[in-house]
Design a protein around this ligand. Structure first.
Ligand code: F6R
Length: 609
């Protein structure tokens, strides 16, 4: 994941930029760069590989500017080489970027037609040219950035440095975090508090869609509409930095909000964003064409990620999938096909039942691929192939960002297997990759409107039992939504396949029990809406999570409606719909005064049977 730092100092900033970048090394990177103003002119130094390569260059060509940017790049679009390293620059502006610019191809075409020459394969460079184009047409830096931000799609954090502007840095965030720091020697911007720790005494986080202008004397925050806003400054507590809660009340809230960034990062690891295809960072050590079946096993939320993946693996890779919870699978004595593929899923990588399922599969000649968040865990160590979810540390006991990152890995795997098996055309793969790439931006959009979930949460908090309904990949999501609600608020909840309702649970329907319907605009929408109407006809207490078209189609009285984007990632809508399900459970629990980060009786890592 890329790291960003910007400094407006009183001394030459290059040493402090390197210091900050070192503190961001833990995020992983493959190239690095800095830019400063030397005699007022933009000057850059970049190097592939480790930071010491950049430091060597700085020894040869010392930079003396008192204002600058630094970046560690974790390649998404384009190879990890010096040319693609940030900052990206032209004669007007230099920019560092974390995240994905979804519409970079259109922007690149448009700006190339206007005479801009692109020097890299990255999506980020389009931002530099977009701002330069605005300035060429007469805009000042602030106006140029404001106009450019309005044209960008995706999830990102950006920091800009301008030629000739010795007292101005501009930062912006949508989906990826960015913080401002104030210290004795200057003002700072950083992708996390850790980068700013040695310099800053106080810190403030940008909120979604904020942008900020920094001069040595004045910091001004703006919201998306360009209105000046205040953002709380608080002391930077050095000790607790790695697991800092940021601006959030709970780790869980922070982790829910990190999803656009970490899902983007995970997708970038498993997709070739430039060509729009799946690209696994490991070889498939088995003959994908000869594979007859995939077995998946996991526990809890990780199991539900596997259940969602079953739809994708069957549909896109034409593989039949056997899936079971690990505590059952390990004792079932299931016959497994010779040379088969076993996928285990685990955030912690230490779950005892999942580990036992892995060992059973290994003993029965399976190739074991694990989708894990903790790279050094026992499950990772004992697997033949490890597909890491790049969610970063998950502190909240209830799993959120690990779940969506598991989904992201599974989606890419399904596409890669589909291609390897010759059942997915290149064209279809590209369409599906485009849907996947849109998910971080859509998640950010949903997170931005978080306040509208609160009244629904207040309503749900009064219930003693709740039903979640969904079809297709939204069915496992209904199970996950119910699990989140149960574990956080201790309200009884169940997830059901919407079509199964009439085979029993419909008897439960009354106005006291909220029925939460997950209805993305996908192939099952019409059928889900019919099931919703069955509930409405019996006087049910309906809450719809879906697009406006679902609300119109339902034409039923709703006790609550969480409106979702009309087009939400097609086949991969589960990634986007996980967010309102998590937020709802979170707000119910907060409203009820429960211990959100450490619910009673639960442990983060379950190493016993
Ligand atoms: C629910 C939750 C648990 C875990 C389960 C498996 O929010 O966190 O259901 O998903 O205990 O844990 P891991 O993924 O570490 O194997």
């Amino acid at each position: 994941m890329c790291g960003i730092v910007g400094i407006l100092g009183r001394e030459p900033v290059a040493p402090a930029l390197i210091d900050a970048l070192k503190r961001l090394e833990y995020r992983g990177y493959d190239s690095a760069g800095v830019a400063t103003l030397e005699n007022g002119r933009l000057t850059r130094l970049r190097a592939s590989g480790k930071l010491r390569n950049l430091q060597d260059k700085l020894k040869e060509t010392p930079l003396s500017g008192h204002i600058g940017l630094g970046h560690t790049r974790w390649a998404t679009h384009g190879r990890p080489n010096e040319n693609n390293a940030h900052p990206h620059a032209n004669d007007r502006v230099a920019v560092v970027h974390n995240g994905i610019i979804e519409n970079f191809r259109e922007l690149r075409e448009e700006l190339t037609a206007k005479g801009h020459v692109f020097a890299t394969e990255t999506d980020s460079e389009a931002v530099a040219h977009l701002v330069a184009e605005e300035m060429r047409q007469g805009s000042k830096p602030r106006e140029a950035v404001a106009a450019a931000l309005g044209r960008l799609k995706g999830a990102f954090a950006l920091v800009f440095l301008f030629d000739g502007e010795l007292d101005l840095l501009i930062g912006a965030r949508r989906g990826s975090p960015l913080a401002v720091g104030w210290g004795d020697d200057g003002v700072y911007l950083g992708s996390d508090a850790l980068a700013l720790a040695p310099f800053a005494k106080e810190i403030a986080y940008l909120e979604e869609d904020d942008w900020v202008t920094l001069t040595r004397e004045k910091t001004t925050f703006f919201d998306a509409a360009g209105r000046i806003v205040e953002r709380a400054r608080r002391p930077l507590q050095a000790g607790s930095l790695m697991v800092d809660k940021g601006n959030y009340r709970h780790y869980m809230a922070k982790e829910i909000h990190e999803q656009p960034e970490v899902v983007g990062r995970t997708l970038a690891h498993y997709l070739d964003l430039a060509s729009g295809t799946a690209r696994l960072p490991f070889d498939l050590a088995f003959d994908a064409k000869a594979l007859s079946r995939v077995t998946i096993s996991a526990c809890g939320t990780a199991f539900y990620a596997g259940l969602v993946a079953r739809y994708w693996l069957e549909r896109f890779a034409r593989l039949s999938v056997e899936i079971d919870i690990a505590s059952e699978f390990r004792y079932r004595e299931a016959p497994l096909p010779e040379g088969g593929l076993m996928i285990v899923v685990s955030q912690s990588g230490e779950t005892a039942d999942t580990l036992a399922a892995l060992r059973y599969a290994k003993a029965h000649g399976q190739h074991v691929l694990s989708i894990v968040n903790v790279e050094t865990s026992t499950i990772a160590r004992e697997s033949d192939t490890v597909a890491q979810t790049l969610a970063g540390p998950e502190i909240g006991v209830a799993s959120t960002k690990a779940f969506t990152c598991q989904l992201a890995v599974f989606a890419c795997l399904a596409l890669a297997l589909g291609r390897a098996r010759g059942v997915l055309t290149e064209e279809r793969e590209k369409e599906l990759v485009a849907e996947l790439i849109a998910t971080p931006g859509l998640m950010a959009q949903v997170l931005k409107d978080e306040a509208r979930i609160e009244p629904v949460a207040r309503d749900v908090a009064r219930a003693s039992s709740v039903l979640y309904l969904g079809r297709g990949p939204s069915y496992p999501l209904a199970l996950e939504g119910a699990l989140k609600l149960k574990e956080l608020s201790y309200i009884h909840a169940e997830g059901y396949a919407a079509g199964e309702l009439k085979h029993g649970p419909i008897a439960l329907i009354d106005f006291a029990m909220p029925v939460i319907v997950l209805a993305p605009h996908d192939a099952s929408l019409e059928k889900t809406v019919s099931n919703l109407q069955e509930v409405a006809a019996r006087g049910g207490h309906l809450i719809l999570i879906g697009p406006e078209s679902a609300r119109v189609a339902a034409s039923a009285e709703l006790a609550g409606f969480i409106e979702m984007p009309e087009v939400a990632a097609g086949a991969f809508a589960a990634l986007v719909y996980a967010v309102p399900a998590q937020l709802l459970a979170y707000h119910v629990a907060v409203f009820m005064g429960k211990d959100v980060d450490q619910p009673r009786n639960l442990a983060k890592s379950v190493t016993v049977e």
